[in-house]
Design a protein around this ligand. Structure first.
Ligand code: ATP
Ligand code: MG
Length: 214
C-alpha cells in the first residue's frame, strides 16, 4: 500500500491533475467527505488528509510514503528524514515582509530600530533578519498576521503573498521578498528503498506532468 499525505483546499485541487497523470483518482472529495483516509481507484494507493503543516511529520515518520507540502512549511519543519525530489510548481506565491502603508521600513532599518515582527513562520523570519544583521522581536501568530501592524502588536509581518489583495485591503505594503514558494513532493527515505518501483513510477508521472505544464 502507498499512502500519500495531502492537505485540503488549494493543495488538493492543484494536485488532482498530477495524481490523474499517475493514474490515481480519489474516490471521494475531501471537501465533502469527513473521512481522513480516502480510497482511490487504485487498490494499492490511498490518500490521507492532514493539516498542511503536518504533512512533513507524517512523511518523516513513515506514516505516509509521499506527501505534498509548500516550501514555506518544509523550511519551517526542517528537512529531517525527508527526500525532496521534485518541485511541483503548484500553489505558487512569495514569502514577503510587509508593513503599514505609512511605515518607513527602510528608514527604520537605517536608524537601527528594533522592529517587532508577527509571523507564523518564526524560523524563516529569524533566519531572514539574522542574515540582514537586523535585530527583531518575533511574535508567533497562527493566522491573520495582517492584523498585527494595524492594532500595534507589530511593525511588520512575514507572510505569504500571492496577489497582494489581502495586503491592500488592510492598508499594508510588501517591502521585501524573502523567497519564492511552491509546493514540493516529499518522500520518506525508507519507503523509497522498500517500495522503490511503485514510488518511482508515481514520481516519474508527476515529473512528466510538471514538465508538460512549464
Ligand atoms: P489553513 O488555511 O487551513 O489555516 P494553511 O494556511 O496551512 O491552513 P493552505 O491555506 O491550504 O493551508 O495553504 C497550503 C499551502 O499553500 C501553504 O503552505 C503555501 O505553500 C501555499 N499557499 C498558501 N497561501 C497561498 C496563496 N495565497 N497562493 C498560493 N499558494 C499559497
Ligand atoms: Mg491558509
Amino acid at each position: 500500500m502507498i499512502t500519500i499525505a495531502l492537505s485540503k483546499g488549494r493543495i488538493f485541487e492543484e494536485t488532482t491533475p498530477l495524481l490523474a497523470a499517475a493514474g490515481i483518482t480519489a474516490l471521494e472529495d475531501p471537501e465533502a467527505s469527513r473521512k481522513l483516509i480516502l480510497p482511490t481507484n487504485r487498490p494499492d494507493v490511498r490518500l490521507i488528509i492532514v493539516r498542511a503543516t503536518d504533512v512533513p511529520t507524517y512523511v518523516q515518520y513513515g506514516a505516509a510514503d509521499l506527501g505534498i507540502a509548500g516550501k514555506d512549511v518544509l523550511d519551517e519543519h526542517g528537512g529531517d528524514g525527508l527526500y525532496q525530489p521534485l518541485d511541483l510548481n503548484i500553489a505558487r506565491c512569495r514569502m514577503m515582509v510587509a508593513v503599514r502603508e505609512d511605515f518607513d521600513y527602510f528608514g527604520s532599518i537605517r536608524r537601527g530600530a528594533r522592529l517587532k515582527v508577527v509571523t507564523k513562520y518564526v524560523k524563516t523570519a529569524r533566519e531572514h533578519f539574522a542574515a540582514k544583521g537586523m535585530h527583531v522581536d518575533l511574535i508567533k501568530l497562527y493566522g491573520s498576521m495582517e492584523l498585527g501592524p494595524l492594532v500595534g502588536l507589530a511593525d511588520a509581518i512575514v507572510d505569504l503573498v500571492s496577489t497582494g489583495g489581502t495586503l491592500r485591503a488592510n492598508n499594508l505594503k510588501a517591502v521585501e521578498e524573502i523567497t519564492d514558494i511552491s509546493s514540493r513532493l516529499v518522500v520518506n527515505q525508507a519507503s523509497l528503498k522498500l517500495k522503490r518501483d511503485q514510488l518511482q513510477s508515481i514520481m516519474d508521472a508527476f515529473a512528466k506532468a510538471v514538465a508538460a505544464n512549464q
